[in-house]
Design a protein around this ligand. Structure first.
Ligand SMILES: [Zn+2]
Ligand SMILES: [Zn+2]
Length: 318
């Protein structure tokens, strides 16, 4: 069994398949909302209970915190304070269709300016998620997990509730062609999302299956000559097999999508100085330019140095 929460789609004003929910809400739910619920399982250890509860409330808190971003699902009601045995929140489902469905229906690439605009909106979301402590990595950005209503683009969820398994095994990671190699190896980090973003933008620009990691810089431009060479190059760099060959951050991708060029600089998040991307420490303030990692004593995998839980084995580390 996977997933600690269940999502129900509410039709009309009645909750479907969620008999315990209506009395938890203050008012009848408007039509078409999604209720996500965490039920306490008597078989879970106290540590597991605490961990699942933490994942659930973290997703809700993150949703609430990021409501100013158009790419985040609309949170209708946070009911996580309501009960010991069950946690709920109610969200407005994404409007429109998945980017996969939109691409299939269209059956030809999207124009580069449309894709660049989606890239900016998603980059903005990733920048905010990676700014969390510990950074929140989506890991599975793909046309299938994104919804569009035309100009807008939105993630279906933040993945925390979906990814934790009640059987205590590590999250299932499927190689769909959009996931970064280190993410599939159980070592997700913020640059894993830059890979997935690049893979997603590439597919939208060529209407072909995802490219293999580390394509050459002109690969996309060759497939579709409407793709400007700088965009082909930017995407290829972020599809690099090794995270350190990609951009340093979502902010750097946003900056270059706006400038419409590929640069090799990164901006220090502490002092704002511009550095070469290959530098490890800021030349101005000497602080690390990127999220550094350490080894988990439990499972020997890398994790962000400021992580509270190991992203691979889930052990609490601070
Ligand atoms: Zn600095
Ligand atoms: Zn671990």
């Amino acid at each position: 069994m996977r997933g600690i929460g269940r999502s129900y789609r509410a039709l009309d004003s009645e909750w479907v398949a969620a008999p315990a929910a209506p009395d938890a809400a203050d008012a009848p739910a408007p039509p078409g909302l999604i209720l996500t619920e965490l039920r306490r399982n008597r078989g879970w250890s106290p540590e597991a209970q605490a961990y699942y509860r933490e994942q659930f409330t973290r997703e809700v808190n993150l949703l609430a915190k990021l409501q100013d971003l158009p790419a985040v699902p609309r949170l209708y009601q946070d009911l996580t304070e309501r009960g010991e045995d069950r946690l709920y929140f109610v969200a407005i489902p994404p409007q429109g269709e998945s980017l996969r469905a939109a691409l299939d229906k269209r059956s030809r690439p999207f124009p580069p300016d449309v894709v660049i605009d989606w890239g900016l909106r998603l980059g903005e979301l990733l920048a905010r998620l990676h700014d969390e402590a510990p950074p929140h990595v989506l890991g599975d950005l793909a046309p299938e997990t994104l919804y569009t209503d035309g100009p807008g683009v939105r993630v279906a969820d933040l993945g925390l509730i979906r990814s934790v398994r009640t059987d205590g095994l590590p999250p299932e990671r499927e190689d769909t062609g959009y996931a970064a190699p280190e993410y599939l190896d159980g070592r997700p980090e913020p640059r894993s999302d830059l890979f997935s973003l690049a893979a997603t933008l590439a597919v939208l620009l060529i209407n072909q299956p995802p490219l293999s990691p580390s394509p050459d810089v002109e690969a996309l431009h060759r497939i579709n000559d409407r793709i400007p060479p700088w965009l082909s190059h930017l995407i290829a760099l972020n599809l690099s097999e090794a995270p350190y060959d990609r951009y340093a951050s979502a902010e750097d991708i946003i900056a270059d999508l706006r400038r419409q060029q590929v640069t090799d600089t990164t901006v220090c998040r502490v002092c704002g100085a511009t550095n070469r991307r290959t530098e490890i420490y800021c030349q101005e303030c000497s602080r690390p330019l990127m999220q550094t990692t350490r080894l988990c004593e439990e499972c020997d995998h890398d994790m962000p140095v400021n992580a509270r839980f190991c992203p691979t084995c889930g052990v609490q580390v601070s």
